[in-house]
Design a protein around this ligand. Structure first.
Ligand code: DWN
Length: 416
């Protein structure tokens, strides 16, 4: 896939595995070229050419990491960010519960320091700031300002060995370091791990939570593949990475967030609990160490694409209307790869104030406040935020009783 010249300086082809250095990576799914999934546009920006980059994934048969074939410059992806953790109530609840666990199980002194990188709008650290010292790290100034308004001190920078050194000099070592939905976004993961090892107290814990590759190829959806998500972690690949830096994975949980995410606890010393051994056995059983699993997954994605396009065609033929529910980043991968655009969806609703009034990247579908559903509901809603289906279907019970149908798009399309 040739990258146009003016994009060359903004994207590199990843020729080796970022964890183990293996050069023999094998492509398993190619989603074509598309704009970055969180690059929502203002109407006035439509005149400018929209940046599009190749989106494909490759598998490492040495450490079993699934990763993007290309890396887009992180300044393009993260400097002005439209995603707010707090815009999704179930997600805010999840991280508030994680903050409680950190306080109850890992903090023993008010002077203990908790550092979160990729801290976004500070939802997690806000729940801890009265209990211990907290510090956020996030490169997106617009989002970090939200956190600072909540009283969460935030360093507006990418987390790295250099950032960690500066934090250690100013604040001391961290008892807990947290990285939620950011570990998968980092290209130079070795530099990041050196920063963690440098900043973490000898008795400290590093907690990383990322979308689990078992969900990507299982009950979740291919649409979690987009330019921000450079890596798709299994416990196998995480364990390989930790071992390079002398860290031990002492505990692991699969949490029901973003489909299913893997939450890993790493320490400088300790022993692995049974949870780690059990998940490794499950990953082997699911075939997450075999390329054939990912090749089968790719075939299923193409079959689902055909099924969704047929459904939308039938709905259109019956003169019914469809809109999108939620404008998540992943929704833009799904819209692009499935060829769904303004001709299919009237609008997409979203609770994120940053996104309302903008247009989705590429398809340029208007993002509107969910209030429109009270006055002008469509016949069908394509649930692009499928990972919150239970909470949303409950929240929209009235709409459903009026006869509005929800289309759950992945892993296999169904109407509820
Ligand atoms: O790594 C990342 C993943 C894990 O989270 C980041 N790159 C950004 C983000 O990706 P996403 O945008 O796909 O995440 P969400 O949390 O699935 O996005 C949900 C979207 O749906 C938000 O924009 C908010 C919206 N929403 C809504 O409109 N009504 C959410 C809920 C729960 C609702 O009721």
């Amino acid at each position: 896939m040739e990258v146009s010249l003016n994009n060359m300086q903004k994207i590199i082809k990843k020729e080796f595995c970022r964890i183990c250095g293996n050069m023999k990576l094998r492509k398993v799914l190619d989603l074509g070229t598309m704009p970055p999934a969180n690059n929502f546009l203002r109407v006035g920006e439509l005149k400018k050419p929209e940046q599009r980059f190749p989106l494909a994934v490759q598998f490492c048969e040495k450490c079993f990491l699934l990763s993007l074939c290309h890396v887009v410059d992180s300044e393009i992806l993260f400097k002005n960010y439209h995603y707010l953790t707090g815009a999704s109530a179930p997600l805010a609840k999840h991280f508030t519960e994680e903050a409680r666990m950190i306080y109850e199980k890992l903090i023993s002194d008010k002077n203990d320091l908790v550092v979160e990188f990729g801290s976004n709008d500070g939802v997690l650290l806000s729940a801890l700031k009265e209990k211990c010292r907290v510090l956020g790290v996030d490169p997106a100034k617009n989002v970090a300002s939200f956190a600072m308004k909540q009283g969460v001190e935030t360093v507006t920078a990418f987390f790295s060995e250099k950032t960690a050194r500066k934090i250690k000099q100013k604040y001391g070592e961290a008892k807990v370091i947290v990285a939620n939905n950011v570990f998968a976004h980092i290209d130079d993961i070795h530099n990041c791990m050196r920063g963690i090892a440098l900043l973490l107290r000898p008795d400290g814990v590093f907690i990383s939570e990322s979308h689990w590759v078992g969900n990507l190829v299982g009950g979740g959806g291919f649409d979690q593949i987009y330019h921000e998500h450079l890596s798709y972690y299994s416990l196998y690949s995480m364990k390989y990475l930790a071992s390079i830096f002398g860290l031990v994975i002492t505990k692991v949980e699969i949490v029901p967030i973003h489909g299913e995410s893997i939450r890993v606890f790493m320490k400088k010393r300790g022993v692995s609990e049974d949870s780690a051994h059990r998940l490794l056995a499950l990953e082997k059983k699911l075939g997450l160490t075999k390329i054939e699993t990912f090749q089968r997954f790719s075939k299923g994605v193409a079959e689902n694409r055909d099924a969704i396009k047929l459904l939308l065609k039938e709905i259109k033929r019956s003169k019914k209307t469809v809109a999108g529910y939620g404008a998540p980043a992943k929704g833009n991968t799904l819209l692009h790869y499935f060829g769904i655009g303004k001709q299919d969806l009237l609008f997409v609703t979203d609770t994120t104030i940053f996104k309302q009034g903008l247009l989705t990247p590429g398809a340029h579908i208007p993002v509107v406040s969910p209030g429109i559903l009270k006055t002008n509901p469509p016949d069908y809603l394509l649930l692009l935020s499928w990972n919150y289906a239970d909470a949303i279907l409950e929240k929209e019970r009235d709409l459903r009783e009026q006869g509005v149908k929800f289309i759950i798009p992945v892993p296999k399309v169904r109407v509820v």
